[in-house]
Every structure is written in C-alpha cells, then in structure tokens.
Design a protein around this ligand. Structure first.
Ligand code: ARG
Length: 585
C-alpha cells in the first residue's frame, strides 16, 4: 500500500504537469508533514520557488496548483496561507478507509520491495581468544535489527560474522597451548581451556618474556599458514572454545549469523596483491606493499598508504577486507554490503572502499556502506568498566539486566498482591531484561555514544522496552477482559474516527510504512524506536479518552480494531528490533 505521502505526491505531480506542462513533472514538490497540526496534516511549499522561476506571485501559483489538483477524496479543500503555503487536511473518511485496509493486511500495509536485493551484512564479528566486548554487543544488536528490517522488506540477507580468527597472535597462542596442553595438538578433539582471556594473557606474558618462545611462536605462524596438521588442530581447538562462548551470547539474544571469519579469505589474499600489482596500483614503501588513494593523509598531512602486504610478507586486516569485498560481490552476488562496526574503524573502511573502487572491483550497481556507531559509556560518561576497572563481560552485563528486572518485578507483584508462577517470573524477567538492553542501544542514534544505565533502560516510563511492552500487554488485557477474538472481529465492521485521540492514533498508525522504508535507506533503527514510542503514547492517550469495551456499537468494534492494529504494529516493530512481546507482564 502506498503511504499517504506517496499518494499525495502522485496527485501533486499530476497537478503540476497539468498546470505548468510536462517540464514541471519532476519539480521538487516540497511536500511535507505540516510543521504544526494547526495548519493541517501536510503542506506543499513549492509555490514560492516556482513563483520566482515563473515571475508570478506565489499565491497565484498556489491557486493554479489547487485548481489543477484532484484530491477531494483524500483531503478537505486545500487552503493557501501566508506567502503561498498550501495546507492540506486529511479527511476522516479517507483515514478510515486507509486504516481499514492496513488492519486487513497481515503486513500492515508494508509491501515487500519490488526489486529484492542480495544484501550482505557484516556484523558482530568478535575476535577469537579475546573477550566479546560491549562494542561487539552494539554491532550485534544494531546489525541484527538492520538485517531483520531488510529481511522483512523481502531482501535476501546474508548475515556474516567476520570473526577475527587469523593472524600472528595465533602463533603465540598455539605455542603456549603446546606447552601447557601438549595432548591438544595430537589427540584431543575437544578441550576445555577454561577462561580463554586468561589463557591469552598468560600466553602474551610468556611471549613478551622469552625470546625462544617468541621464535617458536613465529614458527607456529608459518606452520599454520602451511597447514601443518598439529598446528591446525590447535588453532581449531582455540576457535571452537571461543565459538562456544560467543554462541551463549547469541542464543541469549536470539541472533542468527553465518560465520565466515578472516581465515576464510586467507587463500584469496595473494590474488588481491597480485591484481593490485597488475593494475599498477601497488607502491613499495620500506619493503611494504602499499596502495595510495587520494584524500587519505596522516596527521602530518602526508599521503597515507593502505598497506596490503607487510615487509615480512604477512597480510593485513585491510587485505582481508579487500578479498572479502571481492568475494561478496563475485560469489555472493551482493548488491549492497553493510559493515556494522564502531566509528573508530570509519577511516579503515573509507580507505578500503576507496582502494577497491580505484581497482574497479565495485560495480556501479553495488552499494557498499560502513554503518558506524559510538561508544558504550558508563554512567559517569567514561568507557564502561567494572568497579575494579576491568572490561565488563557481556554475559555478566546481560545477567545483571535480568536480575534487576526480576527484583523490580517481584516488588511490583508484591504491591499488586499478585501470585505468579516461577516460570512466569523467570520468563518475564528474561524477556524484559534482555529487551531493555537491546532497546536502550537501538533507541539512540547509533552515531552517538550511548550511556549504559540499568535504571534508565528498565524504567516503566519513557522511551524504553518496558514501556513499549506494557502498551502491548495493555491491549492483550482488553482482549482477555472482553473475551475478544481479534481475528474474528466483524469482517464488515467500519473504522470510525470521531475523537481527536482516534484521529491522532490513526494517522500515526498509517506512518509505519514510511518509517520502515526510511530505516531500510539510512540504516538508523532508532527511527523505529521513536515511532513505537510515539505510538505507545498516542495509544495511551486514546485509551484514556475513549472507552473501548464500554462503548456502544459500532464504535466498540471500531475501537477494538484500533487496539488490535496498535498491538500488531508494536509487535511487528519490536520484532524488527529483535524484541519479543509478552502477553502478560
Ligand atoms: N573483528 C573486528 C573487530 O573486532 C571487526 C570486524 C568487522 N568486519 C570487517 N569486515 N572488518 O574490531
């Protein structure tokens, strides 16, 4: 279904052509939601610039536009205000028909896109043998929301976990493993190394303190590259251990990803360098192989190279990313490639994209974007740390959210004198706690730093997950109380929009389509949060002002339709954010 703005646009385009001729078919209509509801719902501000162009008074232009405008089924008679603004007020009958139409549609009027694309989203991407940190958590939550939104639009999304599973640090880890668990390299299929981060730290200490160990580590790198069986086995054990730990977090957060780590591209790296050489783009600088692209300079203003092969012959993070771009375009046939990482990597991606472009590896019809996000800060505005100053473990952070939710819930149950089963309490705490963490992250514009505060994210009021979940639960409460089957409301029932609260809610319900499209474009999931927040507020106002179950027919059914449509919009919106609704809480 076309959005209201889209429908108006079509009508205005027609009016412009018939009033001013074909050459005005794609004039900027300057059609926008009204700045102030006093002036109606939409306004067209094109008369001013057009007046200048045509040398006519803008108000006269505005009248000509209106004379040619066939819009009586959508709006009241348009009004001209000030220098030549055209104000439009939507007709209740039109809104009623639109609301009925989306209510009858399982997709709430949001049609799948006409030309689905193959999209690769590179997100989460933690590093083996290192802690998955809050930055990876942000990437995971934001990447998943973007993936869900594009999937809902009908795109064919490949969710890639570009795990850091390759590099010289593995020499050190394997050499250390050989010392402390020699059996791991020959017999063991699985091994519990316990805390991998502590293991990493010990290996590093060993590496820094002992020259012979350093040499062994270097040899392990060579053996790993060459595919020596025992070294490979050790590498795989390390990766499996990390993988199991990452998976716990993914299961908790309901995240689906396909792992295709850095090691995957290892066999493709030499070809990247060879092709860059052939293209004449490679420059040797101090023995390293580099590519220079315009516009990249260091602090001193000197040209900044992208190093694709180091003096010792090793490849870089950037080389792998170049190989990944080629693979995603050639093999995955991606038309859009999206990278979700912290903004600290913005330069890296800009430079890698520029090199790939210069090499001619990114066809015109492929879009490649970095989706950056800010830092996660503690309440004092500094990087999030534990009290003792260590990095926060994700598992602990998520567990804490669930524990706090449970405390809040148990208190509430006491004051409300409610008895609930342990199963209910556990389920609600878990869903609300984890949703709160996700929602708090997603509700911010991702480009800004975000302050992690349990108190804020768990608050029952405000732009929080609990507030949104409550609005949904409230509708389910109406359903239970009135013994309503929403799937079975009188099929012929009309939506009636009488009071202001109903009209305001209806207009908001009709905007969901546009919001989803906007998120698919600029990849800012916070738009969905803002939309849902306003929806919940408008619904609550409606609910306060308009009796539902006590209303007389046909108003009662109409209001039930509005309730159900609100609940379905909330459910869908939250689903796009990776959040499950609850029937009761
Ligand atoms: N593993 C990297 C990190 O932890 C993120 C990888 C992002 N994706 C990529 N294609 N470079 O910072």
């Amino acid at each position: 279904m076309n959005s209201i703005a889209q429908q108006l646009k079509t009508r205005f385009e027609k009016a412009f052509t018939s009033a001013f001729g074909e050459s005005y078919a794609d004039t900027d209509l300057m059609l926008a939601p009204a700045g102030n509801p006093k002036f109606g719902d939409f306004q067209c501000n094109a008369a001013m610039s057009l007046g200048k162009k045509l040398g006519k008074p803008p108000r006269a232009i505005a009248s000509t536009i209106i004379e040619n405008l066939d819009i009586a089924d959508i709006c009241e008679t348009p009004e001209i205000a000030g220098p030549g603004f055209i104000n439009l007020k939507l007709k209740p009958a039109y809104l009623e028909a639109q609301v009925s139409a989306i209510a009858a549609d399982t997709r709430l009027g949001i049609e799948p896109v006409k030309t689905p694309q193959r999209v690769v989203i590179d997100f989460s991407s933690p590093n083996i043998a290192k802690e998955m940190h809050v930055g990876h958590l942000r990437s995971t939550i934001i990447g998943d929301a973007i993936a869900r939104t594009l999937e809902f639009q009908g795109h064919d999304v490949i969710r890639i976990n570009h795990i850091g599973d390759w590099g010289t640090q593995f020499g050190m880890l394997i050499a250390y493993l050989r010392e402390v668990h020699p059996e791991a390299l020959t017999t063991a299929d699985a091994l519990d190394l316990g805390d991998l981060v502590a293991f990493y730290r010990k290996a590093k200490q060993r590496f820094d303190a002992d020259e012979t160990f350093k040499e062994t580590a270097r040899q392990e790198v060579v053996k790993l590259q060459a595919g020596a069986e025992d070294t490979r086995r050790a590498w795989k054990l390390l990766c499996d251990q990390s993988r199991r730990e990452f998976q716990v977090i993914y299961d908790l957060l309901d995240i689906k990803l396909t792992e295709r780590g850095e090691s995957f591209y290892n066999p493709l790296l030499s070809a990247v360098v060879a092709d860059l050489t052939e293209l004449g783009l490679l420059v040797e600088s101090d023995g390293a192989k580099c590519v220079f692209v315009e516009g990249f300079t260091n602090k001193e203003g000197e040209p900044l190279p992208l190093i694709v092969q180091k003096t010792d012959g090793g490849y870089n993070y950037a080389t792998t990313d170049l190989a990944a771009i080629r693979y995603r375009i050639q093999n995955d046939k991606a038309k859009r490639i999206i990278y979700v990482t912290d903004s600290g990597q913005a330069n890296h991606f800009a430079q890698v994209f520029a090199v790939a472009r210069k090499a001619g590896w990114i066809p015109e019809d492929v879009e490649i974007v970095h989706v950056p996000f800010g830092l996660v800060l503690g309440e004092e505005g500094k990087r999030l740390k534990t009290r003792s100053g260590e990095a926060v473990r994700l598992q602990d952070l998520l567990d804490e959210a669930v524990v706090r939710t449970r405390q809040d819930l148990e208190e509430r149950l006491k004051t409300e004198e409610r008895q609930e089963t342990e199963e209910f309490i556990a389920n609600v705490s878990r869903t609300v706690g984890l949703s709160a963490v996700k929602y708090a992250d997603l509700s911010q514009n991702r480009a800004s730093n975000y302050i992690f505060s349990y108190d804020k994210m768990l608050a029952l009021q405000g732009n929080t997950a609990p507030y949104m979940l409550y609005a949904y639960v409230r509708v389910q409460g109406i359903r239970r109380k009135g013994e309503i089957n929403f799937d079975n409301l009188d099929a012929g029932a009309k939506v009636i929009l009488q009071s202001d609260a109903e009209l305001v809610l209806a207009k908001h319900l009709l905007q969901f389509n546009e919001v989803v499209n906007a998120v698919a474009g600029d990849l800012l999931p916070n738009r969905i949060c803002q939309y849902l927040f306003e929806l919940s507020q408008k619904f609550n106002q409606f609910f306060e002002q308009c009796p539902v179950l006590k209303a007389d027919e046909p108003l009662r059914t109409s209001r039930l339709i509005l309730c159900d449509l609100t609940a379905r919009s909330l459910k869908l919106g939250l689903e796009l954010l990776g959040i499950q609704v609850l029937e009761r809480m």
